[in-house]
Design a binder for this molecule. Structure first.
Ligand SMILES: [Cu+2]
Length: 176
């Protein structure tokens, strides 16, 4: 009986030590998630851009409406990174998950600007960001539908992430 209680106390101590160690780790390095969202309508997007351009099921924003929104609003609100602003600790990482139906990128840029698709930049009146010149940037920062991408550990400062196709999709991360 006495031995049993001692064992119980030891076990409780071990669990407590584990909990303390785990909370110390999570306080030091934070991790954040970003949802990459869109609302492409498969029928009209695939007709305009080619089969497979939009793999969402069911209706959404028709291609013509997207073009209209870009001209009138400078963005299509359903295409976004959520959240647009976040904070995390130095050494932390961000995982961006594509929950939409189109291919997107989650690319760090020095300053926000236009993406790398001339047709979209023209509608928005934007110039491509210099990062478009990086040859493999669509390979290294591209996120197909259903996939996710995790950044390298981030140093203190402000980090800006945007989609190089839809340049109004943006997240600003403040790393302290
Ligand atoms: Cu995009």
């Amino acid at each position: 009986m006495r031995y049993g209680r001692k064992l119980l106390v030891t076990a409780a101590g071990a669990i407590l030590a584990t909990v303390i160690a785990a909370s110390t780790v999570s306080a030091g390095a934070s991790h954040r998630s970003v949802q990459i969202l869109d609302a492409c309508d498969p029928v009209t997007f695939n007709a305009a851009l080619g089969e497979g351009a939009c793999v969402r099921k069911g209706g959404g924003v028709k291609f013509e409406k997207l073009v209209n929104q870009l001209i009138t609003k400078g963005e299509a609100p359903a295409w976004r990174f959520s959240p647009a602003h976040l904070k995390l600790d130095a050494g932390g990482t961000i995982t961006a998950r594509n929950r939409g139906g189109e291919f997107h990128t989650f690319s760090e840029v020095a300053a926000f600007g236009g993406g790398c698709v001339p047709e979209l930049n023209e509608l928005l009146g934007l110039e491509p960001v210099p990062e478009c010149a990086i040859g493999d940037i669509f390979l290294t920062t591209g996120v197909p539908p259903g996939a996710s991408l995790t950044t390298e550990p981030l140093a203190a400062g402000v980090h800006r992430f945007m989609c190089l196709i839809h340049p109004w999709q943006r997240t600003t991360a403040r790393v302290r």
